[in-house]
Design a protein. Sequence first.
Length: 250
Amino acid sequence: MNFSEVREYQFGDETRFIDWNVTARYNRPHVKVFEEEREQANILMIDVSKSMDFGSRKKSKKEIMIELYATIAFSCALNKDKVGVLFFSDRVERYFEPKSGMKNIWMIAMQLIEWKNESVHSDLQEPLRFLRALKLKRFRLFVLSDFHFERNKLQKEALVRTKKKNRVYALNVRDQMESNIPLKGFYQIINAETGKKSWYNGFSRKKRIELKELEHETRQYWHDECRKNNIHYMELGGEVDVFKKLNGLM
């Protein structure tokens, strides 16, 4: 790798390349940039299944996803890195090959905003198989999803295989009501992924605990497995400042 320049730290930069002398001089973190890094592609895998339409507060999970995309993509563009995007459900819905420039970022943003979530299932295996088949030299992969998958072990194994020569970030977008229904009462719950309908007794303390434990178990599985396999993992909800949260990812 050939040294190119020193610039201010941006989201996604490796901390091992921090230039401590320049950082101390300007009182802000700066990193050394190498020519090979400029050629690195960034792939954002974005879940566009129906469950992303859910939102109990001001923002739906899809709206949080759009904020995440914009924050990561514009940061990469400012760093002169290429950005590619893959919309997925249980298959590849749309693929945008890695390109540099703001025009590319805006075009994909509009596609994401206008996208109608129609697929009822989400699955990482086929989209990740598609990415590996592209034989990209090296890339950073950001998976933006609520991680509501069936067969979590198979999904995890597919992610680990893709991670071998690449850096992977798993960003779990969630809604508070998925683990904590605030009002007591009887509710009909419809699974957006499967269409399955069931009745939920919000008066029952046992049922409320079961719902919370089920959601916690899934989140804990992904947290532990990502940590074990050196995959960056983060949870984000509608109440957080996406930009500030992402700055702490590294």
